[in-house]
Design a protein around this ligand. Structure first.
Ligand code: 1PW
Length: 200
């Protein structure tokens, strides 16, 4: 068997299980570099989803890259947000905290997408993806982006084709769903505890 390189879903599940262990052992802080690494592992999924969501991939990649860059000098997710608070840049376009909130939504969409896939009979990815998009992103996007995302999702591959491309079965989807939940909640709580909210 080749190494984990060919098993993107398993790598993501394992990375989030590691993050889950950390957030469950608070007050240990969540390392920014560790989170960024886990976020980078999701990139192959965009490739699996095809050209249709290229614009989403580009936005996601640039935000994760910016966060990775920040992680060279900022140790934890907490201190990253606190730096933005100090500089009054939390909601500024391109800020680390703002990028984190967007990246968190992509992680959340993937969680809902996997939940939908696991709960739905049949071979359609489109319905699962539309539900996940509506639940997580739609309220935060303007008309043009919503339209592009809807159009992109119509062109998604079938579920079995997606899984074949990822070279894996659904077991690791389940593991990601379970492990990502407390990590997403932890990130939300960082915003809430600083009275920043997450709906912007
Ligand atoms: C693999 C499963 C995950 C699929 C995720 C699909 C996401 C589809 C929607 C992403 C839309 C990206 C288009 C760009 C939108 C930006 O305006 C917006 N970014 C996000 C991620 O919402 C806000 O970015 P800004 O203004 O803070 O730079």
């Amino acid at each position: 068997m080749a190494d984990g390189e060919e098993k993107p879903l398993r790598k993501v599940a394992e990375a989030f299980e590691e993050l889950q262990t950390i957030v469950n052992s608070q007050p240990q802080e969540l390392g920014l570099a560790l989170l960024c690494n886990a976020c980078s592992l999701i990139l192959p999924f965009f490739v699996g989803l095809g050209i249709a969501l290229k614009f989403a991939e580009m936005d996601y990649v640039s935000k994760v890259e910016d966060l990775c860059e920040a992680s060279k000098t900022i140790i934890s997710v907490q201190s990253m947000i606190d730096q933005d608070i100090q500089h009054n840049t939390v909601k500024k376009c391109g800020s680390n905290s703002r990028n984190l909130l967007r990246v968190k939504r992509a992680l959340d969409m993937m969680k809902v997408l996997f939940e939908q896939i696991l709960a739905t009979e049949g071979n359609s990815l489109k319905c699962s993806a539309s539900t996940a998009y509506t639940q997580v992103f739609a309220a935060h996007h303007g008309f043009a982006i919503r339209k592009a995302a809807t159009a992109g999702m119509l062109l998604l591959p079938t579920k079995s084709r997606f899984l074949t491309m990822l070279n894996e079965d659904e077991l690791y989807m389940q593991r990601y769903v379970i492990a990502s939940a407390p990590v997403l909640e932890y990130i939300d709580n960082l915003f809430h505890s600083r009275e920043l909210g997450v709906d912007w």
